[in-house]
Design a protein around this ligand. Structure first.
Ligand SMILES: O=C(O)C(=O)Cc1ccccc1
Length: 297
């Protein structure tokens, strides 16, 4: 069974369908922490959750829920384009309230200001929860994934709504630590480090990556929720932990931040980015071996 951030008709469900094997049952949960908790309890083998959006940035609920509680590791990622539909109850009543997930609302602000300027905007747990609430009469319109109309008998007021063209959301498939996915040559590694509160702490972490020619693909900070000014850094970089230089970098991060949590090494959904060849690192390590054996200099 595969848990996903639901209910039925979310963008996350579409990503989960891409991850699931044909026989695998998909189970919706109304929040990201609930989907992850089911996987931690072993009720589902894995969970699919949204992690970041190209317009609105990180999904804080996912970042927090991956850091707190028993470890989970990502084994796959998916990147989906996001375009929204505005759904209403059949009958054409005036739209006084419009609801959706905060990330969706942030991506249709201009459209709402232009087309539904008088409507109150309300945040719901997900885009599909908004569609469900419209069906129940709680709100007048929902900003949803186009597939939501298949699950909720609503009328489509507008399609292809997006202030920014080509917005994309990245999703992760996570499960309890186990065998790692095989390296593919275009992988990403994710970690979270709690940096010490002192001068240069973050720059030391980034230098460990830079010195090894490792391309940073994302860095986000979240408060630890302890002392004001204390942060966790979510760091994604190119490479797989089984590669020697990535393993070395991870060990260095752990030396700087003993609370470093490994969040997975998995194939990138969209290969690309700055690639520094592994060959020089392998050749240099082999040279050191010859020196150690007394054969090189
Ligand atoms: O609410 C959803 O449908 C989600 O899966 C989260 C989300 C919200 C907005 C854009 C992409 C994903």
């Amino acid at each position: 069974m595969l848990a996903y951030f639901g209910p039925q008709g979310t963008f996350t469900e579409q990503a989960a369908r891409g991850f699931a094997s044909p026989q695998q049952e998909l189970v919706p949960f109304d929040t990201v922490p609930a989907a992850l908790a089911a996987t931690r309890r072993g009720e589902t083998q894995a969970a699919c959750v949204p992690v970041e959006n190209s317009v609105e940035g990180a999904v804080p609920a996912t970042m927090d829920a991956l850091t707190e509680g028993e470890p989970l590791v990502a084994v796959a990622e998916a990147v989906l384009p996001v375009r929204f539909s505005v759904l209403v109850r059949p009958g054409g009543a005036p739209v006084r309230t419009v609801a959706s997930h905060p990330h969706a609302l942030a991506q249709v602000r201009h459209w709402l200001a232009e087309h539904l300027p008088a409507a109150d905007v309300v945040a719901t747990t997900s885009t599909a929860a908004a569609a469900r609430a419209v069906l129940n009469g709680e709100f007048d319109a929902a900003v949803s994934a186009p597939v939501a109309v298949r699950h909720y008998p609503l009328e489509v007021l507008a399609t292809d709504v997006a202030d920014v063209r080509d917005a994309k959301t990245r999703f992760l498939l996570v499960r309890p630590p186990g065998e790692l996915p095989e390296p593919t040559g275009h992988d990403r590694t994710s970690v979270v480090c709690t940096a010490a509160d002192r001068i240069g702490a973050l720059s030391e972490l980034l230098t460990e990556l830079a010195l090894r020619g490792i391309n940073l693909t994302r860095i986000e900070s979240r408060p630890t929720k302890g002392r004001l000014g204390e942060y966790r850094f979510y760091i994604d970089f190119d490479g797989h932990v089984t590669e020697p230089r990535v393993g070395d970098a991870l060990a260095a991060l752990h030396r700087h931040c003993p609370q470093t949590r490994f969040l997975g090494s998995y194939p990138k959904a969209e290969p690309g980015g700055a690639v520094a060849g592994n060959e020089q690192f392998v050749a240099a390590a082999e040279w050191v071996e010859t020196v150690r054996r007394g054969h090189g200099a």
